[in-house]
Design a protein around this ligand. Sequence first.
Ligand code: 5GP
Ligand code: ZN
Length: 112
Amino acid sequence: MECLFCSIIKGDIPSAKVFENEHVYAFKDINPNAPVHVLIVPKTHISSIDDIDAGNVCAVAEVLKAIPEIAKICGLENGYRVITNVGEDGGQTVKHLHFHLLGGTKLAVKLN
Ligand code: 5GP
Ligand code: ZN
């Protein structure tokens, strides 16, 4: 299934790449909510956490495994936050599983 983030991963739509390996692509959010705001995605299309299954969970694990390395590249030695939005109430606007990596400041504790 093609989507905005699939097009970014393929390079059909430009992005500010931060990290890439066989399974994972990470790029700067176009509308940052913090000094560091990076989106980390599996290269394979998974719509959201709701669509994780036995066949694709390894791709999700690769994304999670890459997070500390990406945080280090971004200079987030003092900590960071990882968020994934799911569905309408979760505020998900792009239907390709992505983890927001936020940091570079002391983040407010705010759930909505
Ligand atoms: P969501 O709301 O689905 O959790 O997050 C989608 C994120 O994708 C938003 O933070 C939004 O700013 C970002 N975004 C949307 N379109 C683009 C784009 O074309 N390029 C980049 N780099 N980020 C995008
Ligand atoms: Zn996709």
